[in-house]
Design a protein around this ligand. Structure first.
Ligand code: PEP
Ligand code: MN
Length: 346
């Protein structure tokens, strides 16, 4: 159920609606918008009587939400959400560019990577200190030591840090250091981890599970929002198909599909999406052309020596070209859209 407030509704009227929701044992989610504020209700297992709300001051109407996901849906919040990650706006007019190695391997490696990706045009640094690996014998990440190196890289470069939290046990630690917490593809339906991310005070980057449908993807995001964290960025990173010319099949059609159903920003990971260095640049540009709000790209100063995902990691110079081309395409599309809007408006 969604309670739509009048455009001029006061703070007090909104607070009264929230108090009413809480008195029924449900949770209230205030969703401010450009035109009006709405208050979403979660926690109810059956229908809620709309008359209970429609008589309250400042309420226009109470409407039931038809989709299984509520808080992530455009029905509840028509305006796009813009997520602020350490001053970088994801979902704003410019594509948000995040780059860095798959894993934090050493202090020198992450510092060198951070300087290189910054010089090449990235605004955010990626790098896993805790790695979800297929083999228990593969490098699992440096843990807290890796987080400390990431923090040092942030201090030196000013880049915001995006890093993965793989379980609830280490979540607190990752939350302390990260500017944005990544939930990886393998954990997209780890519901206790999603709930924990929903209680975090930092933005979350939620990657699509490798065989998940659009609805499962949005329901996973719903777990995070339902706990009160509305700062969620979705990320397409490829899905499993019969195709074997790439590691995964990058499903770019999910970008407009998400944008139609949800207000959350979606970015694309062309590195895991293709698994091949030579496919990263073209697919990154295709993602921007499809309307993605940003890119997360694996870049390593010495990909041949990378401990994980070297084959799909770009050299810093390749990332520089990618960043320039991605910005050029986004700028061109923005310009054309604005000039069309001006023509229509006149
Ligand atoms: C990663 O970003 O390095 C990673 C493990 O990604 P994914 O969860 O998409 O496989
Ligand atoms: Mn990786």
């Amino acid at each position: 159920m969604l309670i739509v407030m009048r455009a001029q509704a006061t703070e007090h009227e909104i607070a009264q609606v929230c108090a009413k929701i809480q008195s029924l044992g449900f949770r209230a989610h205030v969703m401010p918008g450009a035109e009006r504020t709405a208050v979403g209700i979660t926690g109810n297992h059956g229908p809620v009587a709309r008359e209970e709300f429609e008589c309250l001051s400042g309420v226009v109407e109470a409407i039931s939400v038809s989709k299984p996901y509520k808080l992530v849906s455009r029905e509840v919040k028509p305006d796009n959400t813009v997520v602020d990650v350490a001053g970088v706006l994801v979902g704003g007019p410019e594509p948000a560019l995040c780059a860095g190695p798959c894993s934090v391997e050493s202090r020198e490696q992450i510092l060198e990577s951070a300087h290189a990706v910054k010089a090449a045009g990235a605004r955010l640094l990626r790098g896993g200190a805790y790695k979800p690996r297929t083999s228990p014998y593969a490098f699992q990440g440096l843990g807290e030591e890796g987080l400390r190196y990431l923090a040092e890289a942030r201090e030196e470069t000013g880049l915001g840090i995006v890093t993965e939290a793989i379980d609830t046990e280490t979540f607190d630690l990752v939350e302390e250091y990260a500017d944005c917490l990544q939930i990886g593809a393998r954990n997209m339906q780890n519901f206790s981890l999603l709930r924990r991310a929903g209680r975090a005070r930092k933005p979350v980057l939620l990657k699509r599970g490798m065989s998940s449908t659009l609805e499962e993807f949005l329901m996973a995001a719903e777990y995070i929002l339902s706990e009160g964290n509305y700062q969620v960025i979705l990320c397409e990173r490829g899905v499993r198909t019969f195709a074997d010319h790439t590691r995964n099949t990058l499903d770019l059609s999910v970008v407009p599909a998400v944008q139609r159903l949800s207000h959350l920003p979606i970015i694309v990971d062309p590195s895991h999406g293709t698994g091949k260095r030579d496919k990263v640049h073209p697919m990154a540009l295709a993602a921007i052309a499809a309307g993605a709000s940003g890119l997360i790209v694996e870049v390593h100063p010495h990909p041949d020596r990378a401990i994980s995902d070297g084959y799909q990691s770009l050299y810093p110079d390749q990332f520089r070209e990618l960043a320039e081309d991605a910005r050029a395409i986004a700028g061109l599309l923005h310009e054309r859209r604005s000039s069309r809007d001006t023509v229509f408006a006149s």
